[in-house]
Design a protein around this ligand. Structure first.
Ligand code: AMP
Ligand code: MN
Ligand code: MN
Ligand code: MN
Length: 275
């Protein structure tokens, strides 16, 4: 079985519709895909339909934005009941924050000489949610940078002209939303936060204490070394191991669906919780 438990569609900042995403996943040999859009479950109905058509298993998911001790951390909810009211109320609050933040980002970018930044980003945001990725695509269009990664570096991170801080949801709170919706909480791409080993251990302990189930060991944004380290953390904290590409679309060919390495053999796969 080929599992990919982290992916995005046009409901958040991916570039494929849920239908096109499921079709591509099936073509790439994925047997079970989780759609985990940022702070929304809007793509799931279409994805369920497309999963059926393509003979592939869909895991209902979401990737929730959290602020933990001043750092943005992403928590996946896997196997969620997306009709859950507590979860939906929480996600709706995060999207409100995104709406406010987008206006602020646009205002700052305009001061830095980017015209029509809000309308420009909005054009790329076809779902209800707006993200920094949509601004990045517009800035590439305007010729402000050569690619999306470059826009982040030059404009959208701390200390740069289009950066806006703020608070996402709390860690304990988000784990509670996910569990209340009968899902399993997983720390997304833990190696990407660039935390010291001490801080990362503190995060894992807080997450475990809150009722978290697992961490991504294999990830599109992890190297072999990260995978090895995260497998050790998973064992140390008795957390299940997850695997996900974090696919956002075919324009990032280095993160393709269906190309993930297997989990290290000493890990407990997260899917044993529901399979
Ligand atoms: P947001 O949740 O709106 O703050 O945007 C975060 C999203 O931006 C992530 O989910 C990634 O898809 C994207 N992103 C963050 N950093 C980078 C980067 N350096 N290069 C390309 N995309 C990035
Ligand atoms: Mn994203
Ligand atoms: Mn993420
Ligand atoms: Mn993601």
């Amino acid at each position: 079985m080929q599992y990919d438990l982290h992916s995005h569609s046009t409901a958040s900042d991916g570039t494929l519709s849920p239908t096109a995403l499921l079709h591509r996943a099936a073509q790439q040999g994925v047997d079970a895909l989780a759609l985990t859009d940022h702070d929304t479950t809007d793509g799931l109905n279409e994805a369920r339909q497309a999963a059926h058509t393509n003979g592939i298993e869909l895991i209902s998911g979401v990737e929730i934005s959290v602020t933990w001790e001043g750092v943005t951390v992403h928590i996946l909810g896997l196997g969620i009941d997306d009709s859950n009211e507590l979860l939906q109320t929480g996600l709706s609050g995060l999207r409100d924050f995104r709406g406010w933040r987008a206006q602020e980002i646009a205002r700052k970018l305009e001061k830095a000489g980017v015209e029509e930044a809000y309308a420009g980003a909005r054009k790329y945001a076809t779902g209800k949610l707006i993200s920094r990725t949509h601004f990045a695509r517009y800035l590439v269009e305007c010729g402000k940078a050569k690619n999306v990664g470059d826009v982040f570096k030059k404009f959208l991170v701390r200390g740069k002209p289009g950066h806006v801080g703020g608070q996402w949801a709390g860690l304990e709170e988000v784990v509670t939303w996910i569990r209340n919706a009968c899902g399993y909480a997983v720390i997304a791409h833990p190696a990407r936060y660039k935390m010291s080993a001490t801080r990362l251990r503190k995060l894992m302990q807080a997450f475990k204490d809150a009722g978290g189930s697992g961490i991504e060991v294999v990830s599109g944004s992890h190297g072999p070394n990260d995978r090895h380290n995260m497998a050790q953390y998973a064992r140390q904290f008795d957390l299940y191991a997850s695997t996900g590409s974090d696919f956002h679309g075919p324009e990032n060919p280095w993160i393709e669906l269906g190309r993930l390495d297997g989990l290290p053999s000493n890990c407990k796969p997260i899917w044993t919780l529901w399979d």
